[in-house]
Design a protein around this ligand. Structure first.
Ligand code: FES
Length: 145
């Protein structure tokens, strides 16, 4: 399996690893097929993601995907962070092997759950996640949009 230099770099030196004690949005998602789990902690202030951390109990691609995803959403509005797709994660990593596409989907879904967790805490309506209805089938490669 061929990995890009970017994937390897983020796997060996992941950014924003850990938890945030003062997080006000926490999301967790797992992939039923591989058993990997991802957790994302957001510190949102005035609609901006001021800080973000992740914990991933999973494969190297899941670690690289969550690492780069945290970089991509830090400093962004929650609307911008919500619009981050797994395709953007893959592009930022200079590609992922086809059997590892679902790892990037996990990152997108975990961010969505963290944002909705924040929205619930703020008394706001949750946003609809396109994966929620079929969350047990994340391995399908046709999920890239
Ligand atoms: Fe399942 Fe990577 S193999 S998240």
């Amino acid at each position: 399996m061929e990995y890009s230099d970017k994937v390897l770099e983020h796997f060996y030196s992941p950014r924003n690893v850990g938890t945030l004690p003062d997080a006000n949005g926490i999301g967790e998602a797992g992939d039923a097929n591989c058993g990997d789990i991802m957790k994302i902690y957001l510190k949102v202030e005035e609609n901006i993601i001021k800080d973000v951390r992740f914990m991933t109990f999973g494969c190297g691609s899941a670690i690289a995907s969550s690492s780069i995803a945290t970089e991509l959403i830090k400093g962004k509005t929650i609307e911008e962070a919500w619009s981050l797709t797994n395709k953007s994660v893959i592009e930022a990593l200079d590609g992922l092997p086809s059997s590892k596409i679902h790892c990037s989907v996990l990152a997108e879904q975990t961010i969505h759950r963290a944002i909705n967790n924040y929205r619930i805490a703020m008394g706001l309506e949750t946003w609809k996640d396109k994966y929620e209805e079929n969350s047990d089938e994340l391995h399908e490669e046709d999920r890239i949009e």
